[in-house]
Design a protein. Sequence first.
Length: 202
Amino acid sequence: MSALVFFTIISSSLFQAGWNFYLKKIDTEKASFLLMSWLFLGVIATPFTLFFLDKPFSWSWLPFILCTGFAQGIYLVVLCWAYTVADISLVFPIARGAAVGLSTLVLTLMGAHTMNTVGTVGILGVVIGAICLGSVEIRNRRSRTGIFLSLALALIVTSYTVIDSFGAQEIPKTFYVVVMNLTAPLFALPFLWKTRAGLIKE
C-alpha cells in the first residue's frame, strides 16, 4: 500500500468519524438529514464527474449502478430505522465491523480477493471488537434490536461491496462513487416517505 493510499484511507476514516459525531449530536430527523445529504452530494458532484469522465458512458454500466443504488437505498432505510432504536455508537461500529469480515470472506471465497497475514490479523481485530461491543450491550432489549439491525446492515454492506468490487472494474471509480450517492436516496425515498410518520422517525 502506497503512502498516498494509506493517507487517503486515514483521512476518509477521520471524516467518517466526524460525520458520525455530528449526526449523533443533531436534533433534526436523521432519516431526512441522511437522505438529503446523500442526494445533495450526488446532484452537486455528478456534473463534475461527467465532465472529467475519461471514457464514454456505456449502457453495460447500468446494471451495476442500479444494483448498488438499490442495495445502498435499502442500507439507508435500515440505517435510519436502526438509529431510532439504538445509539449510533452501537449501530455503526457493529455494522461496519461485521461487514468488513463478511465482505472479505465472501470475496475471498469468490476468488476476487486475497489476504496476507497482516490484513487477516487486522480484519480479525475489527470483527472481534464488534463482537465485544455487541456482547456488552446484548442484555438490554433495546440494544438487542439495535444489534440485530446492525447485523442486517452488515449483510447489506457486504452485498453492495461485492457488487462494487466488480462494478469498479468496469466503471470509472469517481463517477461510480458519485452516482451511488445519487441513486441510493432515490431508491430509499419511497420507503422513507411512506414511514416518515411511523417507524423510521426520531
